[in-house]
Design a binder for this molecule. Structure first.
Ligand SMILES: [Zn+2]
Ligand SMILES: [Zn+2]
Length: 241
């Protein structure tokens, strides 16, 4: 199995350690044909990228495209869901991105604070409100799916926030949204990934690199793919050797 593109990488614009160019060079050295830069949406309290910086990133990527012709360089974002109605924190700039990735994260401004942080925390770490949170988080994802037409993938589903992967993956399959197996977090789990592909959803594997040296690293993902017995055709960014 060969990774063709890494569509989830961070840079110094959020909490990555390296520049966009360093991520690009690393991707080329690892033989990837595509790389996408996806820093965090503006709703993230510490790492969110503001409009001015987004414009700078877009310009920088356009220049790098001229400089490095052997690789496809894309500008994306890892947007955060910030409301129970499924709204994300990149609404105003959607036409600036080549790829829209969406996830649920801590440290963001969410409109239902108690639910988002306390109940989900209790659910994850103490087993309280687990079924309630799973149902409600899934509804939030589905509203997000219905609200936007250009979501490329959901990042690390099931990490920290429980989801009903059966329901979510069916909705994703209908709108051609991929579900990520994330090398950094180890989510989706093999169990969830198997349910997702059985429902016809596609898988995206990503490094979620926070250093340029991590771009293209997918060892953990490969183990999950193997455990879930997922075939190459079910993954959008892997091809046979
Ligand atoms: Zn993330
Ligand atoms: Zn990330």
């Amino acid at each position: 199995m060969r990774l063709t593109g890494d569509f989830h990488t961070h840079t110094i614009y959020s909490h990555g350690k390296n520049t966009i160019e360093e991520n690009v060079v690393s991707a080329m050295q690892k033989g990837l044909s595509s790389i996408c830069i996806t820093d965090h949406g503006g709703g993230h309290l510490f790492y969110g990228v503001k409009e001015k910086e987004l414009r700078k990133m877009r310009d920088e990527i356009n220049l790098l495209r001229e400089k490095y012709k052997d690789i496809n360089i894309y500008f994306g974002i890892e947007a955060n869901i910030i409301s129970v109605d499924g709204t994300i924190d990149a609404d105003k700039w959607l036409n600036m991105f080549d790829y829209l990735l969406v996830g649920m994260h801590y440290l963001i401004r969410f409109d239902k604070f108690m639910y988002y942080y306390f109940m989900n925390f209790f659910a994850r770490y103490m087993g309280l409100f687990k079924n309630y949170c799973r149902k409600r988080n899934t509804e939030i994802f589905i509203r997000c799916i219905n609200k936007y037409d250009n979501i490329f993938a959901f990042t690390h589903p099931g990490e920290r926030f429980f989801v009903d992967i059966d329901k979510l993956s069916k909705a994703c399959a209908k709108k051609n949204i991929a579900l990520e197996i994330n090398n950094r977090h180890g989510y989706m789990t093999a169990q969830d990934a198997k349910i997702a592909v059985n429902n016809g959803a596609k898988i995206l594997v990503s490094s979620d690199a926070h250093k340029s040296s991590e771009v293209g690293n997918i060892e953990k993902c490969l183990n999950i793919l193997k455990d879930a017995d997922i075939k190459t055709f079910q993954i959008i960014n892997i091809e046979e050797d």
